[in-house]
Design a protein around this ligand. Structure first.
Ligand SMILES: [Zn+2]
Length: 378
């Protein structure tokens, strides 16, 4: 069991590593091939991973023994001569416990398999639980989820609001009353399982990257619209952290200096117009023109995103949050604004869409934290 966290390193193995890491690296290369692709023969795997046939046969044998891979017989079309045997990943070989702490009123949990399919769910109301009480609630939820599967557990992944460091310590999450809370260390000690904790927006972008049909090479930015507004970025297959781990904090970029006061003390932050409670309030005002209001907020969002899209040459911008607010005039206006304010090379192939994972985007991402950390796949 390792104590470090997968974030901060590339999600997928790349390049040469030291000798002692070679075996783990080779294993991850092979699993990644089968995780992203279809079942393959040993010869296919040797070609695609550039490992030797001997290394591949050896690793496949070991992974079949462990139950992570299974022999699937020969493909129908090649039954001439000696047919190659295909091997594939066994999605339910092991399960992952995932928890989403981002909703204001509850902790959502699920058991997922290796293909990201939800096998069981459970949630608990947060009520007034804060600090140690909230930690206790999370421990109870994790234990309950573990009890809901008869498969071995690969690990536990948690998406938390607030700033989370590379070791899974929540530095600051005011809603849950946490300040320098060593969540991953505590859970790991109690459960005896690998535990990964990351910020909810970073977790969400990993979910979209792996299970949301995003371009696997990244160039992906996910904007999470909830009580607050945050973003996560995957570039070149790796999560972006920034100098102090605060990459993606676009919610407090000022869009209207004459606007409303924000919780951070500034005036007119993006969050004051786009956060769900503020947006619903604006739409509920007497005489509010719903389409025009959504369009104006979308334009403000597009104004914040345009320089980011141009700087990083992003491929996809994904909005995650209530679809009835985001998927319509707001998304269209954001899309049009980004295109109008950037060069065609930035905007021509840009995709601005809503998440395909809906409310489960953080749960899916929490599973990816475990997949990346334990198997080296994403
Ligand atoms: Zn602010």
């Amino acid at each position: 069991m390792r104590t470090s966290h997968p974030v901060g390193r590339p999600l997928r193995p790349r390049g040469k590593l030291l000798q002692e890491d070679a075996r783990r690296h080779h294993r991850a290369l092979l699993l990644q091939e089968l995780f992203r692709g279809r079942p393959a023969s040993r010869a296919d795997l040797a070609r695609s991973t550039r490992l030797t046939r001997v290394t591949v046969s050896d690793l496949v044998g070991q992974l079949v023994d462990e139950g992570l891979l299974e022999e699937l017989g020969a493909p129908v079309e090649t039954r001439v001569g000696k047919p190659p045997t295909l091997v594939g990943l066994v999605p339910d070989a092991t399960h992952i416990v995932a928890v989403d702490l981002s909703p204001a009123d509850r902790m959502r949990g699920a058991v997922l398999n290796l293909a990201g399919e939800v096998r069981a769910r459970h949630e608990v109301a947060v009520d007034d639980a804060r600090g140690a009480g909230a930690v206790e609630l999370l421990h109870g939820l994790a234990a309950e989820l573990i009890a809901r599967t008869d498969r071995p557990i690969l690990g536990v992944g948690v998406g938390s609001p607030g700033v989370v460091d590379a070791f899974g310590t929540v530095i600051d999450a005011p809603n849950l009353g946490w300040s320098v809370e060593p969540l991953a260390t505590d859970l790991r000690r109690t459960l005896g399982l690998p535990v990964y904790v990351a910020n909810d927006a970073n977790t969400a972008v990993l979910g979209e990257h792996t299970f949301g049909g995003a371009d696997p090479d990244g160039g992906l930015m996910l904007i999470r619209v909830g009580i607050g507004v945050g973003a996560g970025l995957v570039l070149g297959g790796a999560l972006l952290h920034g100098h102090r781990g605060a990459a993606g904090e676009i919610g407090h970029v000022v869009v209207d200096p004459e606007g409303e006061r924000c919780a951070c003390g500034r005036v007119g932050c993006l969050e004051t117009v786009l956060a769900v409670p503020r947006l619903r309030q604006a739409l509920g005002r007497d005489g509010a023109d719903v389409e025009a209001t959504l369009g104006r907020v979308g334009e403000q969002l597009g104004g914040v995103l345009a320089p980011v899209v141009a700087t990083l040459n992003l491929h996809e911008v994904v909005l995650a949050g209530p679809a009835e607010l985001l998927d319509g005039a707001l998304r269209e206006a954001a899309d049009a604004t980004i295109r109008a304010r950037t060069m065609p090379i930035s905007g021509d192939h840009l995709v601005v869409r809503t998440s395909t994972l809906g409310d489960d985007v953080v749960l899916s991402g929490a599973a990816v934290l475990v997949l990346a950390g334990e198997l080296g796949v994403s």
